[in-house]
Design a protein. Structure first.
Length: 267
């Protein structure tokens, strides 16, 4: 099977093997990655983590787990501009630096092995974690507790002062949702790195993982435009038009399609 087929097979397991699926995403970009070997290497990290954890009930262990990872030098990567290695899981494990989602994937896998209850939360701009039934969320970058006021401030940091926190921002994220968000992150990071073919792999995976959105089709159309593939670009623009319910946006998409009709195909 191809790395992508392996990735989807991991998601189809019961329960889904989210961490392994993310490793197969990395393998799609780096053929030297051997997910089975990385899974085994995680055992040594598990030993280090376990050695520094307190003896508490499992429901109280999530925050100590995140703090322990922080003690072991796992931190959010703050380099600017961000590069794709902040989202490729094998690189995050090597460098101990990554995006909140990547750090969360590692924490969730360790929590699974340690039988610590922990869930992902699909918060805008900054992936978060939750202990089921708790009255707070957890920041994967160090384990800080986030209550409603903290979440409101975090949302406004990413979406502006007028943003209003609601229940949709605090929804639990399943394995497929995490891989979808990871793929979107990688698509954007590869695009910013002017690495269009890897970005196209991510864009295709996005459209396979979830219900296609207008934004996802437009993102792939942009990549096809940069790769000078007008027929493929037109396909995605047409799909975006079908999904668009904004009259002004529909006019813009219609104009782009008319311009493409007069473009000579290069492929």
């Amino acid at each position: 099977m191809s790395p992508r087929e392996h990735c989807f097979a991991c998601l189809d397991r019961e329960p889904p093997a989210c961490f392994e699926a993310a490793l197969w995403v990395a393998a799609e970009h780096d053929p030297t990655v051997q997910p089975a070997e990385v899974m085994q290497e995680l055992n040594s990290l598990l030993v280090q983590v376990r050695a520094g954890l307190p003896d508490l009930p499992s429901q109280e262990m999530a925050q100590p787990l995140l703090r322990r990872l922080n003690e072991l030098d796992f931190h959010e990567d703050e380099e600017s501009p961000l590069r794709p290695h902040v989202a490729l899981l094998h690189k995050v494990l090597q460098r101990r630096r990554g995006q909140p989602l990547s750090l969360s994937l590692i924490a969730l896998e360790l929590a699974r092995r340690l039988e610590i209850p922990l869930q992902g939360v699909n918060f805008p701009g900054h992936f978060l974690l939750r202990v089921p039934g708790a009255d707070h969320l957890l920041d994967p970058c160090g384990g800080r507790r986030l209550y409603t006021r903290d979440c409101r401030e975090l949302l406004q940091r990413y979406q502006g002062k007028g943003s209003v926190l609601d229940a949709t921002h605090l929804t639990t994220c399943d394995a497929r949702g995490m891989l979808l968000r990871l793929s979107r992150n990688l698509r954007q990071l590869h695009l910013l790195d002017d690495d269009y073919l890897p970005a196209l792999k991510d864009a295709e995976r996005v459209l396979q993982l979830g219900a296609p959105t207008m934004a996802d089709h437009l993102a792939r159309a942009e990549l096809y435009q940069r790769l000078e593939c007008p027929h493929a670009e037109r396909f995605d623009l047409e799909r975006a038009l079908l999904l668009c319910d904004d009259p002004a946006q529909r006019l813009l998409l219609g104009e782009r399609l008319r311009q493409l009709s007069s473009t000579c195909a290069l492929h």
